[in-house]
Design a binder for this molecule. Structure first.
Ligand SMILES: N[C@@H](Cc1c[nH]c[nH+]1)C(=O)O
Length: 315
């Protein structure tokens, strides 16, 4: 953020301090424990998990052994890499943290303040509900005009598996979906040999709206078991989020820049910004590379974006 004068800058920092304390106190009272995440990550460890991250955007450093480290672009990755090697089957982490992420944005290094929440190791079925409700309660503190977009990565994975795309095509299609480019998707798929699941993929951008609207759109389109599982998980969410369904749009084409999601993915927006204030999802499979699949889910509150909107409103 750029400031006209010191007074403005000081005002910003006081506001950030209050915002941060406010969310921290809320999470602490909800029973989450605080941790302090590291800002360093091994480059290979990070890219190994997040192959879709733009490698040029990572901020690299050399440690004493000439190993490449990066300033973390994603704190959740560091948390899993930190705790999983020592994981015990009875462990349960319900944590929150304040931290910064770093990325080159072409002009310089962009620092981003965030508040993260993770539940790792909770084996009951209420974690999705808990996480979504907690994030909705946070966003509702700052705006009554908020909206959640919720997707499920199993649905897309189901289509992609049945199409048996080559790795390169798989990655390219995910990029196109991430950018929500309808025409490019059509053009790209038209160059590949036709397979039945493509009927759903070609219509994926229309699979957005209320749960009933999506179910209607899906009639006559290809579905397999994994896709059904993804859809069933969304249906459950739709049932237990009944009190705020008017604030939810389901979106089956939702893709994240992060590759570790495995199930529910969501983003929260408030009026005054087109950037997500909340981002999160389930990432059970991420833990699998350590030899055991642990249920895990979390979200991040984008503090810089949130404060920008609150500050703008005040002025
Ligand atoms: N770390 C993710 C958000 C998240 C936390 N836990 C799970 N997902 C992000 O920055 O987008």
């Amino acid at each position: 953020m750029n400031f006209l004068n010191i007074e403005d800058e000081m005002k910003f920092f006081q506001k950030m301090y209050v915002l941060r304390k406010d969310i921290e106190n809320f999470l602490f009272d909800e029973g989450y424990m605080n941790i302090e995440p590291s800002i360093f990550e091994g480059y290979d460890d990070f890219i190994g998990v997040n192959s879709r991250i733009d490698k040029k955007s990572t901020v690299k450093l050399l440690d004493n052994n000439s190993e490449i480290l990066i300033l973390t672009p994603d704190i959740t990755t560091g948390i899993v890499n930190k705790f999983m090697p020592r994981w015990e089957m009875s462990s349960l982490l319900k944590i929150f943290y304040y931290g910064k992420t770093y990325k080159h944005n072409g002009v310089g290094i962009k620092e981003n303040r965030e508040m993260g929440v993770e539940i790792i190791g909770e084996k009951n079925h209420f974690t999705d509900e808990n996480i979504l409700n907690t994030s909705a309660r946070i966003i509702a503190k700052y705006s009554s005009n908020y909206l959640f977009e919720i997707g499920n990565s199993k649905f897309l994975k189901g289509i992609m598996q049945s199409c048996s795309f080559k790795k390169e095509d798989y990655e390219n299609i995910l990029d196109i979906l991430y950018l929500k480019n309808r025409q490019e998707l059509k053009d790209y798929l038209s160059k590949l040999p036709y397979r039945e699941p493509m009927s759903t993929l070609l219509n994926i951008f229309d699979l957005e709206g209320t749960f009933d609207e999506i179910t209607e759109e899906l009639k006559g389109l290809y579905m397999n078991d994994l896709m059904k599982q993804g859809l069933d998980e969304l249906k459950k969410i739709d049932n237990y989020m009944k009190n705020i369904t008017d604030k939810i749009t389901y979106d089956l084409s939702m893709v994240s820049e992060l590759s570790y999601y495995d199930g529910t993915i969501f983003r929260g927006y408030i009026e005054g910004s087109n950037k997500a204030i909340i981002k999160g999802g389930r990432y059970d499979s991420f833990t699998e590379q350590y030899g055991y699949k642990i249920p895990a889910m979390g979200f991040t509150v984008e503090l810089d974006e949130l404060i920008k909107v609150l500050y703008k409103e005040e002025q």
